[in-house]
Design a protein around this ligand. Structure first.
Ligand code: 13P
Length: 285
């Protein structure tokens, strides 16, 4: 199965009312675990690169590994830049990503529209999809915990419709009560707002900040129209906890490969659990 765009991977999700899981990767273990989870279940997945990857000295090896691994997989995989600045979107397109998220959500709306439109022009010319955000999901991306008090700006339904119409994007990230990182406090999703946005907007809707939500909230978000769910902190914390357990159990006298295996198996299990909760359909079903 070839690398697919965000538009391609989300079209059946929108038609059949499920969400595709989108996990961030920043090393070999995460990429391998996320793709193995997709392969074991036959489910499509979105592998996301954080923008900071391009500043790392090992960026090129990471990018080469991801692309080669995706090319060898039998399941549809979208290779997506998460929360990119404009220059990172261009770098991601050059690096072979099939989709980019331009994040202008902290800009005034007209400025966000102007830059997003330029990114769409370049990306679409290269056959690459674009996700963008209106409103602002609380807590900066990469936060380990957050609350809606951390600069959350809920998306106004009329802004969502105007933004999509003006920019020509392929998927829209909206803010309706989630936060990046795990929750400080109890999450309250504004499902009525989500339903209103869904009525006004024709492109697939994206929920950022999945970690820390109860299972029922994921199911409700999908039921009310979310087709892509970004999830990272929960997977990262579970993987670190598994490695820590093994180190404690063995008093640190453990072979490196065992630690790697513990991490890999945790990533696979965590990715599979989320795909199941999001209702992602298998290509074999
Ligand atoms: P969490 O880390 O809260 O799961 O959010 C991930 C995310 O939204 C990445 O864009």
């Amino acid at each position: 199965m070839p690398l697919v765009t965000l538009k391609e991977i989300l079209a059946p999700a929108k038609e059949h009312n499920y969400a595709v899981a989108a996990f961030d990767t920043m090393d070999f273990t995460l990429t391998e675990g996320i793709i193995q989870a997709a392969e074991q279940t036959g489910k499509p997945v979105i592998l996301m690169l954080p923008g900071f990857i391009f500043d790392r000295p090992d960026a090129q090896s990471m990018l080469d590994f991801n692309l080669n691994r995706i090319a060898k997989s039998p399941v549809p995989i979208c290779y997506h830049l998460d929360h990119g600045k404009a220059d990172e979107c261009v770098k991601a397109i050059h690096a072979g990503c099939s989709s980019v998220m331009y994040d202008g959500s902290s800009l005034p709306m007209e400025e966000n529209i102007a830059v997003t439109k330029e990114i769409v022009k370049v990306a679409h010319t290269c056959g690459v999809s674009v996700e963008a955000e209106i409103g602002h999901v609380a807590a900066p991306e990469g936060s380990v915990e957050g609350s809606v008090a951390d600069a959350c700006k809920f998306t106004r339904p009329e802004d969502a419709a105007y933004f999509v119409e003006q920019t020509g994007i392929d998927a829209l990230a909206i803010a309706f009560g989630t936060v990046h990182g795990v929750y400080k406090g109890t999450p309250h999703l504004d499902l009525e707002r989500l339903a209103q946005i869904k009525r006004l907007v024709d492109v697939p809707l994206v929920m950022h900040g999945g970690s820390g939500l109860p299972e029922q909230d994921f199911r409700s978000a999908v039921k009310y129209g979310i087709n892509k769910i970004n999830f990272f902190t929960g997977m990262s914390l579970a993987t670190i906890a598994a490695m820590r357990r093994l180190i404690e159990e063995t008093d640190g006298r453990v072979r490196y490969i065992k630690l790697y295996d513990a991490a890999l198996q945790t990533v696979i299990q965590c990715a599979k659990e989320q795909m199941e909760i999001f209702g992602t359909q298998s290509i074999y079903s």
